[in-house]
Design a protein around this ligand. Structure first.
Ligand SMILES: NC(=O)C1=CN([C@@H]2O[C@H](COP(=O)(O)OP(=O)(O)OC[C@H]3O[C@@H](n4cnc5c(N)ncnc54)[C@H](O)[C@@H]3O)[C@@H](O)[C@H]2O)C=CC1
Ligand SMILES: O=C(O)[C@@H]1CCC=N1
Length: 267
């Protein structure tokens, strides 16, 4: 991506924690110049010094982009303190907070709401974006390019989908990490040493994930490829796929709870 306009006019990043830090790392690896970045961060992590960006310094009057990556609960305090120029694109990655909330703070600005996830830290995130009426094709392209620095990007047509996206792909890595924890714990319960069980669980999830995105076969087919009739997998899946007590109803409730929380955060 050509970040020449951003490099010339500057990018302000508000909040450089786990997600802001992952984004910054991706941008700097993909053509954004460190001297163009101004970070606002009350508790800078030590590693931020290595990025070569300006931290808590003077801000440009009309930055190309203002990226907001603070917790949703901080938004009411943070937004009134921020200002944008006449041609600044506002991008926020905060869960729940609606475009209308940003429009109240920046009435004339193009605004893009984005929902990334933590695999962004290794360039393997997926981010959904949606813009307000003032965000035209150029602004959406810029937002997409920024988020594409840390993985794939999908565009939404309806902001109402953002709660479900947040619950699925935003929070989803945590479900998968918990799957690893649960598989390892079950392996230990079957007699494996903890280190071995964790190594097996990690590698299995990583390998299955890589296989799931390597070709066109859908996950159901990939699952069937593992499942010999009358074999071990079939015995395990009979428990995991139970319509009443298995993973489908549990995942349904998990994602419903996360989506409900996203809707609450937006109020
Ligand atoms: N961690 C995740 O998996 C994802 C997080 N998000 C969103 O990203 C946002 C940030 O989340 P994390 O990075 O996980 O949290 P975090 O706690 O790691 O980072 C937030 C940062 O904001 C800073 N901050 C607090 N007050 C500030 C202020 N007044 N001005 C500037 N910075 C301030 C904090 O010091 C902290 O470094 C949240 O809105 C969250 O919903 C979105 C997708 C995934
Ligand atoms: O837990 C959260 O609220 C944030 C949003 C998606 C992932 N982490």
């Amino acid at each position: 991506m050509d970040f020449s306009d951003v490099n010339a006019r500057g990018l302000v990043l508000v909040g450089c924690g786990r997600m802001g830090g992952a984004l910054l790392d991706g941008w700097l690896k993909n053509g954004l110049t460190a001297s163009a970045v101004q970070v606002i961060e009350p508790h800078p992590r030590p590693e931020l010094a290595g990025f070569g960006v300006s931290v808590n310094g003077a801000l440009p009057a009309d930055p190309a982009v203002l990226v907001i990556a603070v917790k949703p609960q901080m938004m009411a305090e943070v937004l009134p303190r921020l200002s944008v120029g006449p041609d600044t694109l506002v991008v926020s990655v905060a869960a729940g907070v609606t475009i209308a909330s940003y429009e109240a703070a920046f009435p004339a600005a193009p605004i893009v709401r984005a929902m990334p996830n933590t695999p962004a830290a290794i360039g393997q995130g997926i981010t959904a974006i949606i813009g307000n009426a003032k965000a035209g094709a150029a602004q959406l392209d810029l937002a997409e390019a920024l988020m594409a620095a840390v993985g794939r990007v999908v565009r939404l047509q309806d902001e109402g989908q953002m709660d479900a996206v947040t619950a699925l792909s935003g929070s989803g890595p945590a479900y998968v990490f918990h799957l690893i924890e649960a598989m390892a714990a079950a392996g230990v319960a079957e007699g494996l040493a903890p280190d071995l069980a964790l190594a097996l669980a990690r590698a299995t999830v990583a390998g299955a994930g890589a296989l799931a995105v390597s070709g066109d076969e859908d996950p159901a087919r990939l699952r069937e490829n593992v499942t010999s009739p009358g074999g071990t997998t079939a015995a395990g899946l009979a428990v995991l796929m139970d319509a009443g007590t298995g993973l489908p109803p549990l995942m349904r409730a998990t994602i419903a709870a996360a989506a409900a929380r996203s809707r609450e955060l937006g109020k």
